[in-house]
Design a protein around this ligand. Structure first.
Ligand SMILES: Cc1ncc(C[n+]2csc(CCOP(=O)(O)OP(=O)(O)O)c2C)c(N)n1
Length: 566
């Protein structure tokens, strides 16, 4: 016979049973009973009080991305939970495991338009892996265990628990529970042996293979298996935005980022390879450019854990379903050792051109205002390329992806599929809790910082050691770039009047400095890195700087523009 506990206590016991030690949250009426129980669990569960529930959801995402564990949010009903919708949707499209627990009105009031009642399950269902309403204390342990199992298994994602107030206070018997099977839910599909043989055969026959590395490789803890795979067959590999740290940046087979702002070589060669091998990626339109012309010359193999991704955007010749931790080595075992020297050499002229026209002017400009690239590269270097790179969305994100370097996996925390401005600051807070031993740097634009700027309060209260690098160009830069390129430079509501960020940092007791001149950059970054705790470094960036190379939307992926036409 288990202990008799209230639903809220059962929630705490169940969270501890799942290995949860940190949660991000914000209290309110319908979740108050649970917060009252939480008060007695303060020594076992570290609750981080955010300043807005959207911040809780992104912090949980940041925590999950760097730790591999499931991030947890606790919020109230009504506006508390609607404020997390953006984070839940963000976690869904980026396959990030989080569990959001939201208060709900008591079961007897459901459907009566009670104060702060909203239909959470119906609202969340389209943007999460599972949403469930707990109306009875006896269901809490089961629902929590099932939530963690669904969030973290197979292709990870968000789960929402809608926790009615009566179920928080009513009592039930508690027995620890572990759900690890759900009828009709197949988190890891069975691998067809034939697909392994067929994939190996195509790779052995290929003369110009190109591997596309996605986040699935990190989610599947298969970075070593990926390296063995590409090294044995001498295959160049490009990474998606979320897959950037799955392969060290300086690995000789790494040919850079794929897609719209990716490297010239990887995009050009996508249209020249004879075999495209996608691993744990989903052929997003930012990667493929125009679908109808995308790598039509090549045979294709797709390794994925989610059958619904196969043939969704790009039809493939061989699909290898399963966990890439096991499928990659199975294929590797059948591969012939190859070097593909000539094919790898063929990337070189593109690399040289990109280096000359795009990269050098960004990282070693001779004159003019600061460029984003030089700031990002310097931060990367002065943290020994070992820091966690968090970004917001916009030019700052694409520039970070291009100029930050990675030596360790689980180092990229960015909003890929949703492109959620305001993600960066709270996600960085979560990352400091998920990887307390690592340096966490977040690159933000002035627009994105202001979307969740209130989380500076969380940073202050927690002393969270977030190194905030504000790339201030006084514009909503990414939109301004598109206006410049596609809307005849009509800057419709993209110039932005900024507040005095030094004063803001001071008010939050966060050390701050502003860099305007290039000669001060290195010393100021060093100071930021060497100052314990949080820091805000504002960099005055060239206002009309642009991210290049760029594949214009709807164009062939190898149709890349390297600079503005004169
Ligand atoms: C929540 C949200 N609103 C609007 C957008 C559209 N958007 C994408 S990038 C961008 C501009 C970002 O400006 P800023 O944060 O200053 O960064 P920069 O591009 O200058 O680096 C906007 C408005 C978005 N991605 N997310």
């Amino acid at each position: 016979m288990g202990k008799i506990l209230s639903g809220g206590q059962i929630l705490m016991e169940s969270l501890i049973n799942e290995g949860v030690d940190t949660i991000f949250g914000y209290p309110g009426g319908a979740i108050m009973p649970t917060y009252d129980f939480l008060y007695d669990y303060r020594d076992r569960i570290n609750h981080v009080l955010v300043r807005h529930e959207q911040g809780a959801s992104h912090a949980a995402e940041g925590y999950a991305r760097v730790s591999g564990k499931t991030g947890v949010c606790l919020v109230t009903s009504g506006p508390g939970v609607t404020n997390t919708v953006t984070g839940v949707a963000d976690a869904m499209i980026d396959s990030t495991p989080i569990v959001v627990i939201a208060g709900q009105v008591g079961a007897s009031l459901l459907g009566s338009d009670a104060f702060q009642e909203v239909d959470v399950v119906d609202m969340m269902q389209p943007v999460c892996k599972w949403a469930y309403q707990i109306r009875d204390a006896k269901d809490v342990a089961w629902a929590v265990s099932r939530a963690f199992y669904i969030a973290s298994s197979g292709r990870p994602g968000p789960v929402v628990l809608d926790f009615a107030k009566n179920a928080q206070v009513e009592k039930a018997e508690y027995e620890p529970m572990k759900v690890n099977f759900i009828r009709s839910y197949i988190p890891v599909p069975e691998t067809d042996e034939e697909s392994i043989v067929n994939a190996a055969r195509l790779i052995n026959q290929a003369e110009r293979p190109l591997v596309l590395v996605g986040q699935g490789v990190e989610l599947g803890y298969a970075t070593a298996e990926l390296r063995a795979f590409i090294e044995k067959a001498g295959m160049p590999a490009g990474c998606t935005l979320l897959g950037l740290s799955a392969l060290p940046s300086d690995h000789p087979l790494n040919v850079g980022m794929l897609g719209m702002h990716g490297s010239l070589g990887s995009n050009k060669m996508t249209q020249k390879c004879d075999l495209l091998i996608a691993v744990g990626m989903r052929f997003d339109d930012r990667i493929t450019g125009k679908l109808s012309t995308y790598a039509t010359q090549a045979k294709k193999i797709h390794f994925d854990i989610d059958p619904s991704e196969i043939n969704k955007n790009v039809p493939v010749d061989v699909s290898v379903l399963g966990d890439c931790k096991t499928t990659l080595p199975a294929v590797t075992a059948l591969l012939e050792k190859k070097e593909h020297k000539e094919w790898r050499e063929a990337f070189r002229p593109y690399d040289e051109e990109e280096n000359r026209v795009v990269i050098e002017p960004q990282i070693h400009p001779k004159e003019g205002p600061l460029r984003m690239g030089e700031v990002i590269r310097k931060v990367s270097e002065l943290t020994q390329n070992k820091a966690v790179m968090v970004t917001d969305v916009g030019q700052n994100q694409m520039m970070s992806a291009r100029y930050f370097k990675f030596t360790q996996c689980r180092s990229v925390v960015t909003s890929g599929g949703m492109g959620t401005m305001g993600y960066g600051l709270p996600a960085a807070i979560g990352a400091t809790f998920g990887a307390p031993e690592r340096t966490v740097c977040v690159f933000l634009g002035d627009g994105g910082l202001q979307m969740t700027i209130q989380e500076l309060g969380t940073i202050m209260e927690q002393g969270a050691p977030v190194k905030i690098i504000l790339l201030n160009n006084n514009y909503l830069g990414n939109v301004r770039q598109w206006q410049q390129l596609f809307f005849r430079r009509r800057y419709s509501f993209t110039p932005m009047l900024n507040p005095d960020y030094e004063k803001i940092a001071e008010a939050y007791n966060i050390p701050c400095a502003t860099v305007i001149e290039r000669k001060d950059l290195e010393a100021e970054i060093e100071k930021m890195v060497n100052t314990p705790g949080p820091y805000l470094l504002q960099c005055a960036i060239m206002e009309e700087d642009n991210v290049f190379p760029m594949c214009f939307p709807g164009h062939d992926v190898d149709d890349m523009v390297l600079k503005l036409e004169d």
